[in-house]
Design a protein around this ligand. Sequence first.
Ligand code: ATP
Length: 294
Amino acid sequence: MPPALLEACKLFKDYGSQRAVDGVSFAVAEGRCFGLLGPNGAGKTTTVEMLEGITPPSAGQIRFRGAPVSRDYPQEIGLMFQSTALQDFMTVREALHTFGHLYRRHADFDELVRRCALTDFLNQYVNTLSGGQRQRVLLAIALANRPALLFLDEPTTGLDPQARRRFWELVREIKAGGSTILLTTHYLEEAHALCDEVAIMDHGRIIAQGSPAALLAAHFDESILVLPPDQAPALARAELAAQETLHGLELATRAVNETLRRLLDAGADLSGLRIRTATLEDLFLELTGQELRA
Ligand code: ATP
C-alpha cells in the first residue's frame, strides 16, 4: 500500500447537542481514489468539509503527508463542490484564468483544457453550458493549482448516463496521472467504477470499509436469482421466499442447483431467469437498511 496522503484521525463534529460525525478515522493512500458513501444525513458532507479545511472539527486531527495540516494545505488541494456559482457572463476561458490566479501553483492552461475536454466551448459563457460541460469546467477549476489531493463532492449528480460516463473517463485519466482523490457520491455504480477503497458511513460513523470487491466478498457468498414477476405462483409452490424489486423477483441462494431443482419441480418457467452477483447497492441496503438514491 502506498503511504497515506491524507489521514482523518478520530474526527468528531457536534452541532449543539447533535453529533454529526462520531469518531471517524481513515487514511487515503497516495494515488488512490477513496469513496465516502452513506445515506442522507450520515455525516459525509461534514466529514469532507472538515478534511477540506472548511469546518473545524470538534475533536480529532487531520494529517497531510504524515503531519498535522499546515497553513499551506489549501494550496495542496483541489475542491469540486456539487454546485459552484460561476458568474453568468464570464467565458469558460475567463473562469479558468480567474480561479487559476487564486493559487501560487498553476496547471498549464492548454493541458487543463485538453484533459477536461473544454476546447469546443472555451469561449462560451458559462451560463450557456450543458450540465456535463459545466461539471467539466468545475473539474478544471479544481485542478487549476495542480493539487496533490482532489475532492470531488457528488460530481455527477443530475448528469445523464452518457455525461456521467464521460466524466468517469476524465477522472480515471486524472487518477492515472498520479492524483489522489476523495469522492463522495450517491451513485454506487460510480463508486464501483472509480474507487480503490470505499467507506460506508451511517449515523456519523464508518460501518464498513475496504475495496468494493473485498467488501462484497466479505458480505455475500450468495448468488441472486432473478425471475419475472409472473413466476410468483411457482415460487410460492416451491415455498421459496423472494423479494419484489424493480428487476423482478429476487431470491438469494448459496445452493443454486438445489433452488433451480425446486423451482422446476414446482412447474416454474425458467426461460426468463437471470443470475446476478451482489453489488454495492445490495451491500448498502443490507448495512443501512436504506437505498442510496440521488
Ligand atoms: P447528505 O447526503 O444529505 O448531504 P450527509 O451524509 O452529507 O448527508 P451531513 O450533511 O454531514 O450528512 O449531516 C450530518 C448531520 O449533521 C445531519 O443530521 C445534519 O442535519 C446535521 N448538520 C449538518 N450541518 C449542520 C449545521 N450546520 N448545523 C446543524 N446541524 C447540521
